[in-house]
Write a protein that binds this ligand. Structure first.
Ligand code: PLP
Length: 412
């Protein structure tokens, strides 16, 4: 008899970041005089906006008064924040405040949402990919046997390579659940309205559901790139959307995010007698959250609310501008070297296609030794990431400038 969930034993080890740390440590010990510039990180480096800090101070003081003290809050989030989200981000898109579920991070939301689906549901993910989508399904038991290339037999992979401009083709086999992340981590690619409409239409035809991760929505700059999947007609019947305050407002340490679950989204449920009926995901997620979650802290929700104020929006826009300037500089530096570069326009991620035959770990070593720059090998995000390399705009501006200068003299 097994006590533990053996599905966990099928998970890949956290090889990527431990291997990066090992190689960086070895290099630093051998070259203690070299200042390393870390551009592999997905974490932000700028301090929080002052409107956010002021809102938190006010909320902390309230907690010390009889009239202002708050204990357990609503599991879905306080109305002040949910109303602010609707007014700021979903005007005209049909969503209402009851469809917003506030949480302490998009990572747990995208990881947990699969719980609402049966274990025999088939999922499709892009390759390369943000690892949480695959790993949370493997934990649940949807992975099946793992092949030599690290792919799970139970998962449908949608390769994103230079050949398709890092935009996945529609699946050949029907998935129940499709994970889409745009702007994309790690490739920095985006879907235009026309491209996203293809996916929404496909999901409607196939009765699939789309998990749309728009954690990087705040970085969208071009007009034909949608900020929300609900800009596409019919998406409210097939898609949930995950958003986060982490990257666009600097909340990676503070922790706040939300999911939009439209009340118009229904999926098939099969009962024991073989009859099927449609069940709304909104009611199920409400039940799940109110059972397993007790809400994001009041002080943090006040901080999140501040990002939707005119002053907060201005401050966040300036944070985003600075990160995008970094990303633009990295992008240009590699383009000047004649390499194909994706991202860095509507996304803080820059995805570099390496010269033919260069594998991503060899390039990692060359960049570390030749320029003292730490990036992330594409192979770490999935087999189709091999031959590519990820750098991010989240470093400090001065460090990024120095990295770009070093790149001028770097050859491989
Ligand atoms: N989704 C994607 C695609 C991400 O890259 C990340 C973080 O790097 C997250 C979700 C997690 O966001 P959060 O900090 O809100 O948990």
């Amino acid at each position: 008899m097994s006590f533990i969930n053996v599905n966990y034993l099928n998970l890949p080890g956290s090889y990527l970041f431990s291997e990066i740390a090992k190689r960086v440590r070895a290099y630093s010990e051998a070259n203690p005089q070299q200042k390393l510039i870390r551009l592999g990180i997905g974490d932000v480096t700028s301090p929080l906006p002052s409107s956010v800090i002021k809102a938190m101070h006010r909320a902390v003081d309230e907690q010390g008064t009889d009239s202002g003290f708050r204990g357990y809050g609503p599991e879905q989030g306080y109305a002040f924040l949910r109303d602010a989200i609707i007014a700021d981000a979903f005007q005209g898109l049909g969503a209402d405040a009851e469809e917003i579920f506030v949480s302490d991070g998009a990572k747990c939301d995208v990881g947990n949402f699969q719980e609402l689906f049966s274990l025999d549901s088939k999922i499709a993910i892009t390759d390369p990919v943000y690892p949480v989508y695959a790993d949370s399904n493997v934990m649940a038991g949807r992975g099946g046997p793992v092949g030599k290339d690290g792919r799970f037999a139970g998962i449908i992979y949608l390769p994103c390579t230079a050949k398709n401009n890092f935009i996945p083709d529609l699946p050949k086999e029907r998935p129940d659940i499709i994970y889409l992340c745009y702007p994309n981590n790690p490739t920095g690619s985006v879907l235009t309205r026309t491209e996203l409409k293809k996916w929404v239409d496909y999901a409607r035809e196939q009765e699939s559901v789309i998990f749309f991760d728009s954690a990087y929505e705040a970085f969208v700059a071009e007009d034909d790139v949608p900020h929300s999947i609900y800009e596409i007609e019919g998406a409210r019947e097939v898609a949930v959307e995950f958003r986060s305050y982490s990257k666009g407002a600097g909340f990676t340490g503070l922790r706040c995010a939300y999911v939009v679950v439209p009340k118009t989204l229904f999926c098939k449920a099969q009962s024991a007698n073989g009859k099927s009926k449609k069940v709304g995901l909104h009611g199920l997620w409400l039940r799940r959250q109110s059972t397993k979650y007790n809400g994001c802290p009041y002080v943090v929700q006040r901080a999140a609310e501040a990002t939707h104020s005119p002053e907060g929006k201005k401050e966040c826009a300036s944070l985003i501008r600075a990160y995008m300037e970094n990303a633009g500089r990295i992008r240009s530096a590699f383009a000047r070297k004649g390499l194909e570069v994706c991202g860095g326009i509507n996304s803080p991620y820059v995805w570099i296609s390496l010269p033919k035959g260069t594998d991503s770990w060899s390039f990692f070593d060359a960049l570390l030794k030749g320029a003292g720059i730490v990036g992330t090998p594409g192979a770490g995000f999935g087999p189709s990431g091999e031959g590519c390399f990820r750098l991010t705009g989240f470093g400090r501006a001065a460090d990024t400038l120095e990295a770009v200068e070093r790149l001028e003299g770097f050859s491989f």
